[in-house]
Design a protein around this ligand. Structure first.
Ligand code: PBG
Length: 323
């Protein structure tokens, strides 16, 4: 039989009727880069149109985001070099940039969901997500600190903590620590399948958090491995995570697809800095169209099975949806 697939593509209405995925502003999480001080906004060379900003300036962006219907933000602090040490001590400072910001944002936008990154790399003078000793990243010592960091974020009002460190056993330990302190309602969004990708470069420039020695291959997953990523997804679900991140997103759509079938938890695709910058750079050169490629990239993540997307395009995409 001669099958005419084009029948279902012949006009916009029938195409709309058979459309399988769509993106809503409810699906988007907006990352923000925070710096200490007032009324300052700094360019990030490798991330056009994204800025490191002081809290007062970020509050303006959060207001725009809220107006467009964005429900969630994730905070990344750029910590001053002089506050960094080998133990990431500043991560546990209750007067630090993140606790202060969570409280201030909640005061102005009580309903905005605040997600915090739990890891030591912004605070650690070695630039690693954990404690480095004699060339080794100490797993259990790091997890102890991460538990305290997560509890501080919860205490100051974070709705969701997102461990991005890839240490073993941290999800169950953080869950236990949160529950012990009475933070039963603080959710854990774990970076479950996080690859040792080359696409984090612009983010590390934004936070000045490039590892000073070695690389992150002893904790992040080998980009060549599929089965190992699914193992990490299943483990974090079993350890009590509420949401699971796959990161990066575009080169890892196979992982998103299988994760969404292997787990019943919401799958979060993280379109990382390098993915954002590649699209922006090509669009700025006129090689591709910014809006349609942005949209297509995010839609492909939903098609693969993601329920939620963390993306530096969040504000732009929300504007496009509104149009
Ligand atoms: C660090 C962290 C990284 C990102 C989010 N949290 C970088 C890294 O692991 O080196 C990357 C995000 C991005 O590239 O947009 N714990």
């Amino acid at each position: 039989m001669f099958i005419r697939g084009r029948r279902l593509r012949q006009n916009q209405n029938i195409r709309n009727l058979v459309e399988e995925t769509s993106i809503s502003v409810n699906d988007l999480i907006m990352p923000i880069f925070l710096i200490e001080g007032k009324n300052k906004s700094e360019n990030i060379d490798s991330m056009p149109e994204i800025y490191r900003k002081t809290l007062d300036k970020q509050l303006e962006d959060i207001k725009s985001a809220a107006k467009l219907g964005i429900n969630a933000i994730i905070i990344f602090p750029a910590i001053k070099e002089k506050l960094k040490d080998p133990f990431g001590k500043e991560a546990l400072n209750k007067k630090g940039l993140v606790p202060k910001a969570i409280r201030a944002i909640k005061k102005v936008f009580p309903k905005m969901l605040i997600i915090t990154d739990v890891a030591l790399d912004p605070y650690n003078s070695d630039g690693h997500d954990g404690i480095l000793k004699d060339g080794e990243i100490l797993n259990d010592k790091t997890v102890e600190i991460l538990c305290r960091q997560a509890c501080i974020h919860a205490e100051f009002g974070a709705d969701i903590v997102a461990p991005s460190d890839m240490m073993d056993g941290r999800v169950v330990k953080i869950r236990e620590a949160l529950d012990r302190k009475g933070f039963h309602n603080t959710a854990i969004m774990s970076y479950a399948a996080k690859f040792a990708s080359s696409l984090y470069g612009p983010f590390r420039e934004a936070l000045n958090s490039e590892p000073k020695s070695g690389d992150k291959k002893s904790y992040q997953i080998n980009p060549k491995n599929y089965r190992e990523a699914i193992k990490e997804i299943l483990l974090d679900e079993a350890e009590g995570a509420d949401l699971l991140i796959v990161k990066p997103a575009s080169f890892y759509l196979d992982i998103i697809r299988t994760s969404s079938e292997a787990s019943v938890l919401p799958i979060v695709a993280y379109q990382v800095s390098g993915e954002y910058s590649m699209i922006k750079a090509a669009a700025k050169n006129g090689y591709i169209d910014n809006d349609s490629v942005m949209k297509e990239s995010l839609e492909s993540m939903k098609r693969a099975g993601a329920s939620i997307i963390i993306t530096y395009f969040a504000l732009e995409m929300a504007k496009l949806i509104k149009k």
